[in-house]
Design a protein. Structure first.
Length: 382
């Protein structure tokens, strides 16, 4: 009887795998952020070309703050509890490749691409396979779809009520998901897009926990919203609060959040007529950056470029910073779109209309729905 049950279980698993197009890996994985304490412990002798280490096994517990994974074949430890901030991505046994790819697109802020990527696993015979998927995979699907729809709504300004409801439903049903902090941030962004800044700030505040990185992030998000609303004094104070949060040595997640807060403060100073101070601060952040961190350098150079452009007499310096993003560090869509928009403005000021035209064309082709593309269109009167 037991043998027959085992055969039936295997057959069911094969049917589900066929319907969903599931990954062949029969394990869960955590991909760890390089440079964190847990990554150094998991990979005491890193390879010649550094790459994020994986922990492979079975997820034993998920919470909003940490993921616990059992790793029976690991020679260092058989169980690891890893803070969410130290994880680049969680890969689930049995999740379709489309879901995995769509999650990465959501992480980079491209909800429209995520929905397009996920579509094949949602249609036809494969749609029926979701009923047999594990609870973790079902929850992941719910998260990706809700966050992707919210990102589309934020970008377009449409279906915002539905987007807000989707994020709230996810948080209500999955309060222990490792995606909770990200979901709360997206919910705050939706509320901000709806013209409800106080509610957005309240949503951001719920991100803060005992983890320094979470507290820094919450203040930084509030500051960013205030900066967008031209509340420069409030934004400056919030950025300064974020920077002042104490964190232990070696807390990489907190250090990265503080870097973003310092860059936000530089932008705040630039928009408040203190371009010289902004340039000094942005250059200081640049001097501390890892030369191999292209994504980090993209965000630094766009902030430095804004500070230089705001100075009025440093157009060529601003061009160099924006070109560094366009030609070298172009892997962050929002940063790349901003750099292209600034290149349009800077090349026009330098009387190079053909180069401005090329930058405008690149912006329209690659990021037609971005706020930066809209800004350039409005400036051109189109």
């Amino acid at each position: 009887m037991a043998h027959g049950t085992s055969i039936q279980t295997t057959i069911t698993a094969l049917i589900v795998a066929t319907l969903l197009g599931l990954s062949a890996r029969a394990e869960d994985r955590l991909r760890l952020r390089l440079g964190t304490t847990v990554a150094k412990e998991a990979q005491p002798k890193p390879p010649r070309t550094p790459r994020p280490p994986d922990l492979r096994g079975t997820i034993a517990q998920l919470t909003a703050d940490a993921v616990t994974i059992e790793t029976p074949t690991n020679t260092i430890k058989k169980e690891w509890t890893v803070p969410v901030e130290d994880i680049l991505e969680v890969f689930l046994d049995g999740e379709p490749e489309e879901l995995r790819s769509a999650r990465g697109m959501v992480a980079s802020g491209d909800g429209a691409a995520a929905l397009e990527q996920l579509a094949p696993a949602e249609a036809g015979d494969r749609a029926a396979g979701w009923d047999q998927a594990t609870d973790l995979v079902k929850a992941e699907r719910t998260f990706v779809k809700a966050a992707a729809n919210a990102q589309v709504a934020i970008r377009t300004g449409g279906s915002l009520d539905a987007a807000l409801a989707g994020m709230r439903d996810f948080l209500r049903v999955h309060p222990q998901s490792h995606h909770v902090a990200f979901a709360k941030e997206v919910m705050g962004d939706v509320l901000a897009r709806m013209g409800r800044p106080d509610d957005a700030i309240a949503a951001y505040a719920t991100i803060a926990t005992q983890a320094p990185a979470r507290r820094i992030r919450a203040d930084g998000l509030t500051a960013r919203l205030q900066l967008d609303r031209k509340q420069l004094e409030d934004a400056r104070k919030a950025f300064e609060r974020a920077i002042a949060v104490e964190s232990p040595p070696g807390d990489l997640a907190a250090a990265l959040e503080k870097r973003e807060a310092r860059l936000g403060l530089a932008r705040c100073l630039a928009r408040d007529g203190r371009a010289a101070d902004a340039i000094v601060l942005a250059r200081q952040v640049l001097s501390e950056a890892d030369p191999a961190d292209s994504r980090g350098l993209a965000t630094i150079f766009v902030a430095l470029g804004e500070a230089q452009q705001s100075a009025g007499d440093k157009n060529k310096d601003a061009l160099i910073s924006s070109l560094a993003v366009d030609e070298v560090h172009n892997g962050v869509p929002e940063a790349h779109a901003e750099a292209l928009a600034r290149l349009v403005q800077l090349w026009e000021k330098e009387n190079h209309p053909e180069r401005a035209r090329d930058a405008r064309q690149s912006l329209e082709q690659n990021y037609p729905n971005s706020s930066w593309a809209r800004l350039i269109r409005e400036a051109a009167g189109s």
